[in-house]
Design a protein around this ligand. Structure first.
Ligand SMILES: Nc1nc2c(ncn2[C@@H]2O[C@H](COP(=O)(O)OP(=O)(O)OP(=O)(O)O)[C@@H](O)[C@H]2O)c(=O)[nH]1
Ligand SMILES: [Mg+2]
Length: 330
């Protein structure tokens, strides 16, 4: 993004995102930085790259890198593009590894994309499994298991499409899937409410194992239980991304400017972006990492070592725990 001087600028931090909130001091001892691996999946043009820059509050991917408009009509095979950003959130250092997947869903047959993502996720588990079995551990081993997959749903206003259902059903046992509605400012508030309801109905009906915020049994405090109930009711998160910053009463505000008004990315009346950012990088970063290790990886490991199917392995383990419960209909 350019300002008036023509210099590259950072995407200004949101004032809302940096408010210190209860429960946000859980991982302060990670001096080296807490690694957190997030994959972004969604069809072309849904705002994945803009989301990445908005999430990181800087231009991780520049406009020039982002769009090659002359070649945009040519469907290219899906790729895995890695970006690593060091961030500090409320005193906690995070090494955020983002894996973007341009090309997903661009072809007529998407079987290959599903397979490629599944293979990618499983190969990270295989690396950990191999490392666990080594007699002498590699102290520099980098754990690249994906802790969260943010899945962008097209804002059609109808319901989930086949590609969404297939994608989330197949990969929900391999990664914490967080469904979001991309470019959600294209729907009116009423349309958005109805769209969210239809999506959650589909998720329940098709038994799609998306990440669901723990509903209380193991939770220590009432505040967390309430917070999780609120987050469950908010799903899927309505996301708006932007790289433009305006000055409002002396503070930087990230906005999408339209002739008829402006959408403020961090305003919770306009989008769920700020809440989702807080969930990912603050309040639920521990839950997402723990569930990846203790439930998803354990399931894969059992399955791999015993040659069992997912269903058998889940039975042996008493099913996936909290995170895999079907998200309840809002
Ligand atoms: N209305 C609206 N437009 C958005 C939003 N986020 C991004 N855009 C616009 O949508 C277009 C595509 O955004 P990108 O971030 O490049 O989308 P992408 O998913 O990375 O696209 P590919 O990498 O080409 O698959 C750009 O013109 C963005 O400015 C949003 O939240 N709302
Ligand atoms: Mg992109």
């Amino acid at each position: 993004m350019k300002d008036g001087s023509g210099e590259d600028q950072n995407v200004a931090p949101s004032v809302y995102s940096h408010v210190s909130r209860p429960g946000s001091h859980r991982y302060k001892n990670a001096k080296k930085g807490l690694p957190f691996n997030v994959m972004l999946v969604g069809e072309s043009g849904l705002g994945r790259t803009t989301f990445l820059n908005t999430l990181c509050e800087r231009m991780v991917v520049s406009k020039a890198e982002k769009t090659n408009t002359e070649q945009a009509h040519i469907a290219e095979p899906m790729q895995f593009k890695h970006h690593t950003v060091e961030m500090e959130e409320d005193g906690m250092k995070i090494i955020l590894n983002i894996i973007d997947t341009p090309g997903f869903g661009d072809g007529i047959d998407n079987e290959n994309c599903f397979m490629q993502i599944q293979e990618y996720l499983e190969s990270q588990f295989d690396e950990v499994l191999a490392e666990e079995n080594r007699i002498k551990r590699n102290t520099k081993f980098k754990d690249s298991r994906v802790h969260a997959l943010v899945y962008f749903i097209t804002p059609t206003g109808h319901s989930l499409r086949e590609i969404d259902i297939e994608m989330m059903r197949r990969l929900g046992s391999r990664v914490n899937i967080i469904p979001v509605i991309g470019r959600s400012d294209s729907l009116t508030p009423r349309e958005l409410v109805l769209f969210k309801q239809r999506i959650m109905n589909d998720i329940a009906q098709y038994e799609i194992p998306v990440f669901s915020f723990p509903n209380g049994e193991d939770e220590e405090d009432e505040e967390t239980v309430e917070e999780n109930a609120e987050l469950r009711a908010m799903m899927p998160f309505a996301v708006v991304g932007c790289e433009e910053v305006v000055n409002e009463d002396g503070r930087p505000v990230r906005v999408r400017n339209y002739p008829w008004g402006m959408v403020q990315v961090d305003n919770d009346e306009h989008s769920d972006f700020d809440r989702l950012r807080y969930v990912l990088l603050n309040s639920h970063i521990g839950d997402l990492r723990d569930r990846t290790q203790n439930e998803i990886y354990e399931l894969y490991r059992t399955e791999k070592l015993s040659g069992a199917t997912v269903a058998d392995a889940m039975d042996d383990m008493g099913g996936l725990q909290h995170g895999a419960q079907m998200a309840s209909v809002a």
